[in-house]
Design a protein around this ligand. Structure first.
Ligand code: CUA
Length: 329
């Protein structure tokens, strides 16, 4: 696959070559069909043009074999588009398990990013090369759209819910971010840059930024100051579900429905607690609509995500591998 074709954006992510191959295949098939059909039209127009002894067209009945051929071949071609497209789509939508979570908030007219370690930045996103980055995105006002052409990453960013996308940058460099949903007078200025760095440089950058505490740590403070903890605690008498270790699991609701506890479920349960009540509990939780801004919601969700179930006592458990965050260069 030729990289850096003059009419294509750079290929800056693991997804980009797969999107481009499919795109070029579609273009090649369309170009072939355009040339072939136009050629046949011109050829037949000349061959059967009106002339002496040929004033009235004769009826021609194509053979069944010919009918079958021009049904089967286009069908196979369209199925190839579909299957190939579905494979690329599923790979693009499946979030890698080892992805680093970055929160992104769009607002008229800027992008705000927060790293798992707490650093925030405006209109610039620093990421390490070769590491999947999962974006959890929301908007504080209208619909925006996070678009990095070089990564082939393109997702609407909506108010009042989270949408996701991910990318793994393959080359160190700077890449344009665009908003690609018309969002007001300065839509065209709602741009930014993804700065892809070597992992060591990224660690260095992280250690240089002033941090206001990780989102999860800030969320823990909120969880306590909003008194969530008085109901959401372990024990049989608790008035609300215990939240330790529940993130990512499924839960049964009072109406019998089973839902996965993800960012959007936690968000809805904070802002609209009556919407999906966990089976066995009463609808007594007050709403926090209007009391929390997007940043605080994000912190609470991060904290609930970070709450681990208490370790069951295990004999001779291997010690956890030490996490080395020190700069190695
Ligand atoms: Cu935000 Cu266009």
């Amino acid at each position: 696959m030729p990289n850096n074709l003059p009419f294509m954006p750079n290929q800056g992510s693991t997804l980009a070559p797969h999107v481009d191959e499919l795109y070029l295949f579609l273009v090649a098939v369309c170009a072939f069909m355009t040339v072939a059909i136009s050629g046949v039209v011109v050829f037949l127009a000349l061959k059967y043009k009106r002339g002496p002894g040929n004033e009235v067209p004769q009826e021609y009945k194509p053979s069944n074999a010919l009918e079958i051929v021009w049904i089967v071949i286009p069908f196979a071609a369209f199925m190839a588009f579909f299957v190939w497209g579905a494979i690329v789509f599923f790979n693009a939508r499946r979030m890698p398990d080892n992805a680093m979570d970055v929160w992104a908030t769009g607002r008229q007219w800027m992008w705000k990013f927060q790293h798992p370690t707490g650093q925030t930045e405006i209109n610039t996103l620093h990421v390490p090369v070769g590491r999947p980055v999962r974006l959890i995105m929301t908007s504080e006002d209208v619909i925006h759209d996070f678009f990095v052409p070089d990564f082939r990453v393109h997702t609407d960013v909506l108010p009042s819910r989270y949408t996701y996308n991910w990318f793994e940058a393959t080359k160190v460099g700077r890449y344009h971010i665009f908003c690609s949903e018309y969002c007001g007078t300065e839509h065209s200025k709602m741009i930014g840059t993804v700065v892809v760095m070597e992992p060591e440089d990224y660690q260095l950058w992280l250690s240089g930024g002033a941090t206001e505490g990780s989102p999860a740590a800030e969320g823990k403070k909120l969880f306590e100051s909003l008194a969530c903890v008085t109901c959401h605690q372990a024990g049989s008498g608790a008035r609300g579900p215990n939240l330790e270790g529940v993130f990512g699991t499924t839960v049964k609701l009072t109406n019998g429905q089973v839902v996965t506890i993800d960012e959007n479920y936690v968000r809805e349960s904070i802002l609209n607690p009556q919407a999906k009540i966990v089976s066995g509990f009463d609808p007594i939780m007050p709403t926090f609509q209007g009391q929390l801004n997007e940043a605080q919601l994000m912190q609470l969700v991060s904290y609930i995500k970070s709450m681990k179930a208490p370790e069951p006592a295990r004999p001779a458990a291997a010690p956890a591998p030490a996490v080395n965050t020190a700069v190695t260069k």
